[in-house]
Design a protein around this ligand. Structure first.
Ligand code: NAI
Length: 294
């Protein structure tokens, strides 16, 4: 039986993933700001360092079979800096901090939970995404807290951190695609993928729904006509964690009832640009500047 880390294990998708793994007899080291194996606040660099130390202590020199970085902070929070820190800098720090322990078993699996809002929310701050991807957390938090994208009034009230949320998830999906194929991950046998959910009725989402609304019978534009349940997402997180999932890395899998496909029918796959454009993009990438998106 294996040993897995699940962040955000106390609720929703993280809790459902933990149950799937434990039902198979695996050991799960849960990480959460709420009660679990390793209690840590992943919104701060110190909290993340404490989490990595706590996980190593729980491992007692052993290796990890997989990490599911699920913890996340929603767009309803007032502090966009905190949203960015929990959604991007936390999963990256936990995965990079434990890469050695993950590689030690020879078949390490890592999964992050991104969001379909990375491609379907209109209020992304591309400068923020680029800043996040440099890894400069202080500059990124300052940019997020500067609120450079003006929000319509009704969104500003219900989702004041939507720009930080969607931008953090776009940056996380891009980080996965860029990192998974590097020698440090791919040639070490470490597989790294993202699951990007759409609207899922986890406890935090349910608690934000007005009491007179029945979320299980609510008209929704989601093509499948229903909201997701935490178990629907945990199923795919679990698949990516399995040793048998051995030829997929750098993928962003949408688990959103068809929303991404409906909103961006031409979104993916995109044909490769003509050779001269690819060459120019590679030259620019060498200077740290990509030409196709952030
Ligand atoms: P949830 O609120 O039920 O669970 C999130 C967990 O993360 C909680 O246990 C919470 O305590 C933990 N957490 C939050 N801040 C933390 C911090 N600073 N340090 C340590 N732990 C912290 O939410 P849900 O829905 O299960 O979300 C899981 C992931 O799925 C998140 O990354 C979220 O952004 C993502 N997601 C959720 C969607 C939804 O509609 N529910 C849609 C798209 C993405």
């Amino acid at each position: 039986m294996g040993t897995y880390v699940v962040t955000g294990s106390a609720s929703g998708i993280g809790a459902a993933t933990t149950h799937l793994l434990e039902d198979e007899g695996h050991t799960v080291i849960g990480v959460d700001v709420l009660e679990t194996t390793v209690r840590a606040d992943l919104s701060t660099p110190q909290g993340r360092a404490d989490a990595v130390t706590g996980i190593r202590t729980a491992l007692r020199g052993g290796h990890l079979d997989g990490i599911a970085a699920v913890a996340g902070a929603g767009a309803h929070l007032d502090d966009p800096g905190k949203v960015l820190a929990v959604n991007y800098f936390a999963p990256v720090a936990v995965l990079e901090g434990l890469r050695r322990e993950l590689a030690a078993g020879g078949e390490g699996r890592a999964v992050v939970v991104s969001s379909n809002s990375a491609g379907t929310a209109p209020l992304i701050d591309e400068t923020l995404v680029r800043t996040v991807l440099t890894g400069d957390e202080e500059a990124a938090l300052e940019r997020a807290r500067g609120r450079h994208i003006e929000l319509p009034e009704e969104i500003a009230e219900s989702a004041p951190s939507i720009t930080a949320y969607a931008s953090s998830k776009l940056a996380l999906s891009l980080w996965v695609r860029r990192t998974a194929v590097t020698a440090e991950w791919a040639r070490e046998g470490l597989l790294l993928n993202a699951v990007a959910p759409g609207a899922v009725l986890s406890p935090s989402v349910r608690s934000a729904i007005p009491p007179d609304t029945d979320p299980d019978n609510f008209p929704t534009p989601i093509p499948l006509g229903v909201f997701g349940q935490p178990e629907d997402v945990a199923f795919w997180v679990h698949q990516f964690l399995r040793p048998q999932a051995r030829f997929t890395t750098g993928t962003v899998l949408y688990v959103d009832g068809g929303t991404d496909a409906a909103m961006r029918p031409e979104g993916s796959p995109l044909p490769l640009a003509p050779p001269e454009e690819v060459g120019a993009a590679e030259d620019a990438a060498g200077d740290g500047e990509g030409t196709r998106g952030p």
